[in-house]
Design a binder for this molecule. Structure first.
Ligand SMILES: Cc1cc2nc3c(=O)[nH]c(=O)nc-3n(C[C@H](O)[C@H](O)[C@H](O)COP(=O)(O)O)c2cc1C
Length: 384
């Protein structure tokens, strides 16, 4: 079959599985509703404004959806935030830069959710000092809630439950310069440069650069293995571990049942599953209709947090505008094999003299996906 694609192949395999296993076998296949329950729970009201804000904060975008947040409720108005160090990504994010950007996203959502309930936040970043070159047990932030009837709500917060990272093939519709300006405008702040382009030449250059970087990661055994280990293949795995990279749905389940989709086949160059990874992602990257990025003058932990806070705002604004957005971090990885794409990207975007591209994403139009899984809030709470 010349035009075979991942889904077609799985349907073929699935049909075999249905025929041999029979419908009864499928009945135990669990859905993934429990894995997305935190999206329904946010906004329910938990009797403590800190928990109410945290219920939204845990819905933040974050690398590989590892959700490394740990929260300590201190006294009656403070939350101390630390990183679950086991949830970092040592191969693709060796200095925890992306993990800290994710903390920035989470913190911004926390502040917005608190404002919606009439609280302002006193945020102290890195109260015990900035950990370098990797994170450690020290606090990322300590946040105090202060009742403030005059606290204005943040209009972007209205999109918190609809926000998505949209990792689909984008349709033919172009993103206009006017929309791009509105998108970038949402992320303008002191200390973070927001940029973007929908110019045809730039789109072609960045499509190629992001694809080349994706292939560098895919060909690197250690980086590939890190992602494969975090794949949740089939609904049962997603429900058991509502984090990582979810490959759910009936077709994935059937592919798994027939043995076509296993961690080993995905990790073995030359197998159909390995090639399908490439065949699936290439059209995704090539369908970009533009790109957006965030640059900071340096690479301090505070700047990484600032970039994350801006990123989630851009993501919320994209939702408000109906624009799909998809972070592509491969070319930003501080690893030896990525040195070429990293340097090319920084040169291309004018990030010089120590400036760092903290986020890069493609934009376009596509139906928005379902929300991604989340661990329940209670699993992030640690004893004071
Ligand atoms: C710092 C950062 C880096 C990310 N890098 C990538 C990436 O390289 N590829 C990708 O598909 N998604 C990337 N994402 C998106 C996450 O995978 C996504 O936020 C997570 O899976 C949760 O999904 P959601 O944003 O739809 O809630 C990144 C997100 C953040 C905050």
């Amino acid at each position: 079959m010349a035009l075979i694609n991942r889904r077609m192949l799985l349907i073929t395999g699935g049909a075999t599985a249905v025929a041999t296993a029979g419908a009864g076998t499928l009945a135990w296949w669990p859905g993934t509703a429990s894995a997305t329950q935190p999206w329904s729970d946010a906004g329910k009201g938990l009797g403590d404004p800190r928990l109410d804000a945290l219920a939204y904060a845990i819905l933040a975008p974050n690398p590989h959806n590892r959700q490394p947040w740990q929260y300590r409720l201190v006294g009656d108005d403070r939350v101390d935030m630390t990183c679950d160090l086991a949830r970092r990504l040592p191969q693709t994010d060796p200095f925890d830069r992306q993990i800290v950007v994710g903390f920035g996203c989470m913190l911004e959502l926390f502040v917005m959710a608190a404002a919606a309930k009439g609280y302002s936040c006193e945020v102290t970043l890195w109260p015990d000092g900035e950990p370098q070159p990797r994170l450690d047990a020290r606090r990322v932030a300590s946040v105090r809630l202060i009742a403030n009837a005059a606290q204005p709500p943040d209009p972007l917060f209205a999109h918190a439950l609809a926000r998505r990272s949209t990792k689909e093939v984008y349709g033919a519709q172009a993103v206009t310069p006017d929309v791009l300006v509105q998108l970038i405008g949402s992320a303008v702040t002191d200390g973070v440069v927001a940029g973007g382009s929908v110019d045809a030449e730039s789109v072609l250059v960045l499509r190629k650069l992001t694809w080349d970087a994706w292939m560098v990661e895919y060909r690197d055994a250690a980086m590939r293995r890190e992602s494969i280990d975090l794949m949740r293949i089939g609904n049962a795995e997603i429900v058991a571990n509502p984090d990582g990279i979810e490959l759910g749905g009936l077709f994935m389940g059937l592919g798994k049942m027939t043995g076509m989709i296993t961690r080993e086949t995905l990790d073995t160059p030359g197998t159909t599953a390995f090639q399908q990874g490439i065949d699936m992602f290439k059209p995704i990257m090539e369908s970009a209709k533009g790109h957006v990025w965030l640059i900071t003058p340096g690479n301090s932990r505070a700047e990484q947090i600032a970039a994350g806070r801006r990123w989630v705002r851009m993501n919320l604004q994209s939702q408000a505008l109906g624009v799909a957005i998809h972070p592509l971090s491969q070319a930003l990885q501080e690893v030896k094999v990525m040195a070429g794409p990293y340097a090319q990207l920084h040169e291309r975007l004018g990030a010089r003299d120590g400036a760092v591209v903290q986020m890069l994403a493609r934009i376009g139009y596509a139906p928005f996906p379902e929300p991604t899984p989340r661990w329940p809030l209670k699993t992030h709470l640690v004893a004071a």
